[in-house]
Design a protein around this ligand. Structure first.
Ligand code: ADP
Ligand code: MG
Length: 265
């Protein structure tokens, strides 16, 4: 089982869209996929018509029952979506209560990693969508993944937010055995605007090989898909946005490139 986390401390950069697109494309290709929504706002859960205010199965239960987590407890939180091979572990708004707690030496940062270890045989790929702030939930998501995808909106100030995220990774790598293999994904690219073109250039200049060579264009089909609650590739298989996510998925599925960990131990 591979675990990919999608994270950025900034909101509105395409984290949820990227999680849904990558996960549903992989499921469409035959992989057994679990989408895990760790954002208390629950956008990914809402996408699949689960209400984070009222869900009874959710990630929150993993934290609540963490002393007695076993495979049955974990798989009981999972919901089947209407799509083959695509399961969802929804968020609950109750997750927000965890963010306020300070992380201590009691293993609170390893709840998700521990839960996923119990169901490792059931899935080929787990994709974790995260909230836009560094707290217990983000730390859990970073501790559980082998691969981190950082969507960055191509706009002015993109680099500022990215610096913060990379700094977070450096802090995290101190509490992991290895560095995190991360990939920066330029999103919401509009080739007609100077802001998009200029910021893409500076992201590439600064982060070099850490940046996926493609980019995700602005494509209104993503909003339509989210409104309809349908994976983007089913709503608009030939759209530019879907094709871009297809090539991103292929690229991420390849073996990790021979890069020295940018924030390794
Ligand atoms: P985040 O999870 O980082 O907050 P979202 O994935 O929810 O970001 O995206 C924010 C908004 O932008 C949503 O309404 C989403 O439908 C829209 N969006 C995301 N990516 C694109 C894109 N490539 N083109 C057009 N709209 C997009
Ligand atoms: Mg989101």
């Amino acid at each position: 089982m591979q675990v990919w986390t999608v994270a950025n401390q900034k909101g509105g950069v395409g984290k949820t869209t990227t999680s849904v697109a990558l996960g549903s494309l992989a499921a469409g290709g035959g992989s057994r996929v679990l989408l895990l929504d760790l954002d208390p706002h629950g956008s990914m859960s809402c996408y699949f018509r689960q209400n984070p205010d009222t869900v009874t199965r959710s990630c929150f239960n993993l934290f609540r029952d963490r002393q007695a987590l076993d495979p049955a407890v974990v798989s009981r939180q999972v919901i089947e979506t209407a799509y083959d091979n695509l399961h969802l572990l929804p968020a609950s708004t109750a997750l927000a209560t965890l963010e306020r707690k300070a992380i201590g030496p009691d293993g609170a940062g390893l709840v998700v990693a521990g839960a996923l270890a119990h169901i490792a045989d059931m899935y080929d790929l787990v994709i974790i969508d995260t909230p836009p702030l560094l707290g217990v939930l983000m730390i859990n998501a970073l501790a559980a993944c082998q691969r981190l995808v950082i969507p960055v909106q191509t706009e002015f100030l993109a680099l500022k937010g990215l610096e913060r995220m990379v700094h977070t990774l450096e802090m995290m790598s101190r509490s992991r055995r290895g560095g995190i293999d991360y990939t920066i994904v330029p999103t919401l690219f509009d080739r007609r605007t100077q802001a998009s073109v200029g910021s893409l250039r500076s992201i590439r200049n600064t982060y070099g090989e850490r940046v996926w060579p493609g980019r995700i264009p602005i494509d209104t089909k993503f909003r339509d898909a989210s409104k309809a609650g349908v994976p983007p590739h089913i709503l608009a298989p030939q759209s530019r946005g879907v094709r871009a996510y297809q090539s991103l998925r292929k690229w991420l599925s390849q073996a990790p490139r021979d890069l020295s960990p940018a924030c390794g131990v």
